[in-house]
Design a protein around this ligand. Structure first.
Ligand code: SAM
Length: 271
């Protein structure tokens, strides 16, 4: 969609962008097509988060066998229903994605699926954590997010941005920067630059259901040692020491200094 098309759609439906919901609409059709392609939509059913006026939904519907989109705003849902009334491969859920029951959505996404989103900035972290910790069989993702948030996916141990999201993302996915985007690609324009990341599931890497819980404990107090954080999560000193030794982690280590594989070993040991 172009800026003119976005403005015209808003006027037709008597709407204004809701900044509190992060409504900065993508106003570049070439970028929307590139994201749709990079998401894996041509190969897999797609889950789209925050379809808005449908800038990304449109190319996704062209490529994919089925698109399931979750949109919180009733006004956007009305526009999408009108725009894609004839699409036979579209399921639209009027919900807060953070409340969406993914086990109920899973049958729509099949044995392997893709995710595409121009994420609302105010919930980027919880949305990504929900996706990364979910049991959905996500093969590929194309995520558009603020540049600062994108840096958290590719951060190295020891850096300020390194945290639970980094570890989950790097454990399960190969992450690439697809493109960087200036505010001029949106209407209304955001105040910061954005980036699009692609995440491709790493072959042979199994799900570790305990990993999100391990990460929540390990990073609960960033300045404390891993040992103290594990004890804070209810482990006795003896058990915490034995666990760290088994996983080859020094007792004085801090979570922020450990690579993703160390957390994977902890999660495997705590199964
Ligand atoms: N995909 C559209 C595009 O690229 O133009 C809109 C992107 S806009 C940055 C984010 C969209 O997410 C908005 O439509 C907003 O209403 C929706 N949204 C915000 N919070 C949400 C939530 N918790 N669950 C689902 N959708 C949400």
């Amino acid at each position: 969609m172009t800026v003119a098309e976005i403005k015209s759609l808003l006027v037709t439906h008597g709407l204004a962008p809701n900044r509190a919901l992060g409504q900065n609409f993508l106003a570049d059709e070439a970028v929307a097509s590139a994201i749709a392609e990079a998401s894996g939509a041509a190969e897999f059913p797609v889950l789209e988060i925050g379809p808005g006026l449908g800038a990304l939904t449109e190319p996704l519907l062209c490529l994919s066998l089925h698109v399931t989109a979750v949109e919180i705003d009733a006004s956007m849902v009305r526009v999408l229903q009108a725009r894609f009334a004839n699409a036979g491969n579209f399921t639209l859920l009027h919900e807060d994605f953070l409340e969406t029951d993914l086990t109920a959505v899973a049958p729509l996404l099949g044995a392997k699926c893709a995710v595409a989103a121009n994420l609302p900035y105010y919930v980027t972290t919880p949305v990504c954590m929900k996706l990364l910790a979910s049991a959905l069989p996500i093969e590929r993702m194309a995520l558009m997010l603020q540049k600062e948030a994108a840096e958290r996916f590719t951060a190295l141990p020891g850096s300020r941005q390194y945290g639970p999201l980094t570890v989950l993302a790097q454990r399960y996915y190969d992450i690439k920067l697809l493109m960087e985007l200036s505010p001029a690609r949106y209407y209304p324009q955001p105040e910061v630059d954005s980036a699009v990341l692609t995440l491709a599931r790493r072959p042979g890497v199994t799900d570790l259901p305990a990993l999100p819980r391990v990460l929540a404990s390990a990073f609960s107090m960033r300045r404390k040692t891993l040992m103290n954080n594990l004890r804070g999560a209810g482990l006795s000193r003896e058990n915490a020491e034995a666990l760290l030794e088994k996983c080859g982690i020094p007792p004085a280590a801090r979570a922020e200094a450990l690579p993703p594989e160390a957390f994977a070993r902890l999660a495997e040991a705590m199964l």
